[in-house]
Design a protein. Structure first.
Length: 60
């Protein structure tokens, strides 16, 4: 049982580190998507139109 108690703080720390890495990844992904939209406006517009069509045909 002592081993389980010792690994609990490590598990929490790694969970926090995992969340930080995930947050950073999502920020970078969002930034990359914005950059792509700026440099390829036609493709970005087509993607927006496809998304709108998906939302229009989606059934709640």
């Amino acid at each position: 049982m002592p081993e389980a108690q010792e690994s609990a703080p490590d598990a929490q720390e790694s969970e926090a580190a995992r969340r930080r890495r995930r947050a950073q990844f999502l920020r970078e992904l969002h930034e990359a998507k914005q950059l792509r939209d700026r440099v390829q406006p036609r493709r970005a517009r087509a993607a927006r139109m496809r998304q709108q069509m998906r939302m229009r045909t989606f059934r709640w």
